[in-house]
Design a protein around this ligand. Structure first.
Ligand SMILES: Nc1ncnc2c1ncn2[C@@H]1O[C@H](COP(=O)(O)OP(=O)(O)OP(=O)(O)O)[C@@H](O)[C@H]1O
Ligand SMILES: [Mg+2]
Length: 402
């Protein structure tokens, strides 16, 4: 038996749901490749949103041969070069056009010893064919150099209605009977991941050609760890305390983070002032308990807190809101993230120095960078040379100046 994700994989870009903008950009990039300043497009976005299939669909539509390298299978620069190196040269007069796909570059190592990323970055510069890269997190500092050489194309997180549409198509073709609400429930619990949703559907369809409420519940037992947005869905979109109370049982994030997520997203979901006031009342009580736990180690309070922030918040609304809200991490978590990014900038510069001076990043960080920073501030000629030599980004220049 074939996996549904394979059997019903979109063959043309028309069949790819919810990513029109990205498809348009990618097609434009490939079609106008000769006129582009950049030789690569970096498709980024959450898992299971159509990045890989889009590259294939577009190659097929434009009658291009596709050379795929899965970055997680290659370990070092040599391997990348031997797989892709010979493919990027001039096209012979009679050969078909080509598209080079370096899939899932998240796994590539940016460290000097293995250098897979540097190899890809260099290949991009030399390539006479469009190179398409995919990543789930393109903002990792190790991609700094690469990001500047690639056109960034975002694949947006699929909303549950898009996923619902994908599932509906499959159900119709497979003659699986369903109720709209149950299929929507299935779409919701997959987060933004169409692949996960399709796999869930197939698992359920194995047992019966009809989706029932109980089969959906059973599925919930099976998948252990869930994402924070899914946990919030159970609280916000349910008025049943029994559903809500288990919401955080399967998430990894700790209590502080649970409170922050709720605090951030409550006003987006509960738009009725009365509901919001009630819900915040529960949340603030939970917050008080959580401080007491910290101060006096009254762990028993944990039970109250959980009840307040799950069932308590769920029943604070008169009825379910029908709108769709994309739940986001909080500004406070973002601040922590920014602090980390700053440290990363320093490290990114050190990596560049390490590459040029053939030392380790650690050495560059400790011994070269401090001097370089002083000279950078004082000597303008030196500064300009360094900017050019290390190919520093605006942000990195700013960082060195401060
Ligand atoms: N936008 C979409 N429209 C229709 N089906 C989709 C869409 N996105 C994903 N799928 C389904 O999910 C499967 C996986 O999609 P794809 O391999 O393109 O994900 P991806 O974005 O590359 O994820 P990853 O980052 O995990 O590699 C596809 O085979 C297809 O069945
Ligand atoms: Mg992929």
């Amino acid at each position: 038996m074939q996996p549904f994700t394979f059997k019903y994989q979109p063959k043309t870009s028309m069949e790819i749901i919810g990513q029109n903008e990205a498809i348009k950009k990618l097609k434009g990039f490939v079609v106008n490749f000769k006129k582009q300043k950049k030789n690569a497009a970096l498709l980024y976005g959450p898992s299971g949103t159509g990045k890989t299939i889009s590259a294939y669909a577009i190659a097929k539509e434009l009658d291009l041969e596709i050379l795929e390298v899965n970055a997680s299978d290659v370990r070092n620069a040599d391997e990348i070069n031997s797989l892709v190196g010979s493919a990027i040269g001039q096209m012979s007069l009679f050969s078909r056009g080509k598209l080079i796909l370096v899939d899932e570059i998240d796994g590539l190592s940016g460290t000097k010893d293995r250098g897979g990323l540097q190899a890809v970055t260099k290949l991009i510069e030399k390539s006479s064919f469009p190179i398409v890269l995919t990543a789930t997190n393109p903002w990792d500092y190790k991609f700094n150099a690469l990001r500047r050489r690639a056109e960034l194309i975002e694949f947006i997180p699929l909303d549950y209605l898009s996923i619902f549409e994908i599932l509906k198509n499959i159900c119709d073709k497979e003659k699986i009977r369903y109720e709209g609400e149950i299929l929507k429930g299935l779409a919701r619990r997959a987060g933004n991941d169409a692949r996960a949703a399709i796999n869930d559907l197939q698992t359920l369809a194995l047992e019966a050609r009809e989706l029932t409420k109980s089969s959906l519940e059973e599925l919930g037992e099976r998948n252990k760890l869930e994402s924070m947005p899914n946990a919030l869905l159970k609280i916000f979109k349910s008025t049943d305390p029994k559903v809500a109370i288990a919401a955080f049982d399967t998430v990894e994030e700790n209590l502080d983070q649970q409170l922050l997520w709720l605090d951030e997203n409550l006003p987006r979901e509960y738009t009725e002032p009365e509901d919001l006031a009630k819900a915040y009342d529960k949340l603030s009580k939970a917050d008080v308990f959580s401080r007491r736990i910290k101060r006096w180690q009254h762990w028993r309070f944990l039970v109250y807190i959980n009840a307040l922030i799950t069932a308590g918040i769920a029943v604070s609304k008169k009825e379910k809101y029908r709108h769709y809200v994309q739940y986001k991490p909080t500004g406070k978590l973002l601040k922590l993230w920014w602090a980390k990014q700053k440290a990363m900038k320093k490290k990114a510069i050190a990596e560049k120095i390490a590459e040029k001076t053939h030392t380790s990043t650690k050495d560059a960080l400790k011994s070269t960078l401090p001097y370089l920073q002083v000279a950078f501030k004082k000597n303008k000629i030196f500064r300009n040379n360094i900017i050019e030599e290390l190919d520093l980004s605006m942000e990195e220049i700013e960082w060195l100046k401060k």
